[in-house]
Every structure is written in structure tokens, then in C-alpha cells.
Ligand binder design. Structure first.
Ligand SMILES: O=P(O)(O)OC[C@H]1O[C@H](OP(=O)(O)OP(=O)(O)O)[C@H](O)[C@@H]1O
Ligand SMILES: Nc1nc2[nH]cnc2c(=O)[nH]1
Length: 193
């Protein structure tokens, strides 16, 4: 399962990014960067897995974070006809907008939620989970807004983020492929069967 995705991850180049005096080994892959180009067969493989996993019934909105969650969420939306709501890195200043802070191993910034409301039953999808510094504040904020998170899927998992989220929120994040990353490259270490 997900063989194309796993094989392409093993070939992903790694660059080093610096943040707060720390070096972060950043892998570059079509699903997480759109580089060199995204194979529609891999997007389809991902969407088909999520649908077969059985949590899409009764979902009002697929929710993702700009930018690289968007192709995954859109592919899923085209197959399920469930609409997509995108959490943006741009402030709109609309009534009801909710702002939260995001941090990754290589960046810090703000995210802006518009268009979600109390009681919405949502499925979150994103390309990567690493430190959890995006997903943790997002889940806490959505919880505070009264959204009902029925499932969370991150296509590629690395590092401690998933365990951290389980510990802090009780939410199980489904990671499709687990990897480890060093300056020399990417190794696939696990994932869904
Ligand atoms: O677990 P974390 O350490 O938070 O890393 C995961 C986040 O990193 C990437 O976002 P990024 O802000 O780089 O956005 P992009 O999709 O625009 O590349 C990715 O899309 C996740 O949202
Ligand atoms: N492309 C990419 N996105 C990420 N998001 C969090 N870590 C990474 C990474 O190493 N590569």
C-alpha cells in the first residue's frame, strides 16, 4: 500500500534550514513541496486510503492548512464531494476570524481560521507532521471554537509531533508513512499497512 509514495520518499533530497540557532534537516518531496512535480497517482493513492479508512461519512468540511495540504484536501474533496476549508497564513480581518500561532522546526508565523463554526464536523488533512507545532495549536483552537474533529490525517510523519499531540489532546493522528530524516537523506521507517 502507498508504494509510490514510499519509494519517492526514499529518493527525497534533504537541505539544512536554520531556526533559533538549530539546524533542521528539511526533506523536499512533491507532496510536501510540489517539487519537482506532483504525480496525480500519488495524490489519488492518498485520497483512496483516507476514504477506505472510513471516517469521511457525515463530515461537513475537510480542513487543511495552506499551502501543501491543499492538493491533498482537494483530491479528497473531488472524490467525496465534501467541501474544503483552508486555514490561511493571511489575515482577512473578517468577523469571527480566529488567529493562532504556528511554529515548525524552521519557521514561526500566524494562521487564520475563517469559515468554521461551532458544531462543524471536520476532517483535518495535512502533508506533514513533524514537531506538532502546527497541529497542536490548531487542534486546541478548534476545540475551543466547538468544532467536532472526527479524524486527523498527515501523509508524512517524522519526529515527535504525533506522540506529543496524543499526550496533550488525546487525538490520534493517522500518519500514512513514517520517516526519519538526516542530512544524508530520508528513510521510511513505518506507516499504515
Ligand atoms: O509539525 P510541524 O513541525 O508543525 O510541521 C508540519 C507543518 O509544516 C508544513 O507547513 P509549512 O508552514 O512549512 O507550510 P507549507 O505547506 O506552506 O510548506 C506542513 O504543511 C505542516 O503544516
Ligand atoms: N517539505 C517539508 N515540509 C516539512 N514540514 C515539516 N517538516 C518538513 C520537512 O522536512 N519538509
Amino acid at each position: 500500500m502507498l508504494e509510490k509514495l514510499k519509494k519517492s520518499l526514499e529518493e527525497a533530497p534533504v537541505i539544512q534550514k536554520e531556526c533559533d540557532g538549530q539546524i533542521y534537516n528539511y526533506f523536499i518531496h512533491p507532496i510536501s513541496d510540489g517539487i519537482p512535480e506532483t504525480d496525480p497517482a500519488i495524490l489519488e493513492e492518498i485520497a483512496d486510503f483516507i476514504i477506505a479508512d472510513g471516517k469521511v461519512g457525515g463530515i461537513d468540511k475537510i480542513v487543511t492548512v495552506e499551502a501543501m495540504g491543499i492538493p491533498i484536501a482537494t483530491t479528497l474533496s473531488l472524490k467525496t464531494r465534501i467541501p474544503v476549508s483552508i486555514i490561511r497564513k493571511r489575515k482577512y480581518g473578517m468577523v469571527g476570524e480566529v488567529e493562532l500561532s504556528q511554529s515548525t522546526g524552521y519557521s514561526k508565523g500566524a494562521l487564520f481560521i475563517n469559515g468554521l463554526k461551532k458544531g462543524d464536523r471536520i476532517l483535518i488533512v495535512d502533508d506533514v507532521i513533524s514537531t506538532g507545532g502546527t497541529l497542536l495549536p490548531l487542534l486546541e483552537t478548534l476545540n475551543g471554537m466547538g468544532a467536532d474533529v472526527a479524524g486527523v490525517y498527515c501523509v508524512i510523519g517524522r519526529g515527535e509531533g504525533m506522540g506529543h499531540i496524543k499526550e496533550k489532546t488525546g487525538v490520534d493522528v493517522t500518519v500514512l508513512v513514517d520517516i526519519s530524516v538526516s542530512k544524508d537523506g530520508v528513510t521510511v521507517i513505518g506507516g499504515v499497512k
